[in-house]
Design a protein around this ligand. Sequence first.
Ligand SMILES: N[C@@H](CCC(=O)N[C@@H](CS)C(=O)NCC(=O)O)C(=O)O
Length: 323
Amino acid sequence: MFCRWATPLAGHKLASAKEFSSFLAGQHASPNDLQALFANFSYFRLARNGESQYSMARASKVRRVRERHCASKSLCSLGVRIPPFSSTSDPPPLFDGTTRLYTSYTCPYAQRVWIAMNYKGLQDKIELVPIDIRDMPAWYKEKVYPVNKVPSLEHNGKVLGESLDLIKYVDANFEGPPLVPADPAKKEFGEQLTSHIDSLMKDLYASFKGEDPVHKAGASFDYLENALGKFDDGPFFLGQFSFVDAAYAPFVERLEITFSEVYKNDITSGRSKLATYIEELNKIDAYKTTKVDPQEFVEVFKKWLLVMYTQSKLISHFGVGAI
Ligand SMILES: N[C@@H](CCC(=O)N[C@@H](CS)C(=O)NCC(=O)O)C(=O)O
């Protein structure tokens, strides 16, 4: 069944996600209209030449698309995400002066920069280009970011990468509320905290592989609880929301889901600061609009866990050579 957007969209040349969103705004799309739109089309191609904007889809597939995809402020504020660019999608008009954040709705590293961009109110200044990291478009590696990872930022004719660097780059080069505090003590503690994330996550991943992950992960969550006690002028790591929260939030989000859904454990139990932290984080729109679908995340996590479990069993029986 075609919704009423089908005809106008079919003849419309869409050059970018921005244009797509203003097109919809011009059509006075209500959230219900947009849901109807996404319920009828699985996939919009934001083509450079505007030749092919969409292909028809099955509604079942699109129910998920509707939840997941969001391209710009106007679509975000309506709770809609555009589908990611995949191997069959044409690139946006690269290096045309538009600032673009190449992201993924499922990648915590990309989510960090998306949060930072939202927090600074840059939704209209930086175009979001979601990439399907399971089916990467070849042009992304060839023409945008040879490292072939998300996130990356196209700005002033250059492409930069690495999420922690990008948060700081966005903070230093764009308007909006600062993410790096002026106070040197806070700045220093922030650096200490962000440089610890990778080893914290490594410990947590290791805890999933063995027996009693809840017990093993305890020390990592205690680290967060203690860190949250350092500054008392707000509920966040440095008191007020900062680059540290943009960096940690995607991981805290996934950990909370994992422990509650997979291990039936509340990571905030006995950790009142962490409980308040998560509660306050969930009041920040810049973060809320970037959250993952918990069910989808749990499904992916369980598959990963199964692979880990199988690998460790093979190793214990046959040695490392078995995998
Ligand atoms: N250190 C990088 C990590 C980025 C990263 O690992 N991104 C993953 C997705 S979560 C990716 O693009 N993977 C694609 C691939 O490896 O092919 C950062 O902080 O930006």
